[in-house]
Design a protein around this ligand. Structure first.
Ligand SMILES: [Zn+2]
Length: 97
């Protein structure tokens, strides 16, 4: 999955499910300031945080299923106010220390 394909897939999911991006590419400095994981894929552009207008369980579940069908993993971080998306294939967009 190219970076453009990842962005395009997340864009289309957001259009379909009324979602907004709240975080995408981060520099290492910005990632540290945000308290992101040291190896966060936000630093390679292969991660997006998304907020859906409807963050209730049913809608988040449907969104997650739709994402999985196009090889995107959704990490439920509603405790931090968003959903975290990155490619299901962990070899893509890997960040090194
Ligand atoms: Zn994230």
């Amino acid at each position: 999955m190219t970076l453009e394909q990842f962005w395009s897939r997340v864009f289309n999911l957001c259009i379909k499910f009324n979602g907004s991006w709240t975080s995408g590419l981060r520099t290492r400095k910005r990632n540290r300031l945000k308290g992101g994981h040291e190896l966060s894929r936000h630093q390679s552009g292969y991660a997006m945080d998304v907020v859906l207008d409807d963050m209730r369980d049913d809608n988040v579940h449907a969104f997650t299923e739709a994402a999985e069908m196009i090889d995107i993993r959704v990490v439920d971080e509603r405790d931090k106010g968003h959903l975290h998306l990155q490619p299901t294939n962990t070899d893509i967009g890997r960040v090194y220390p």
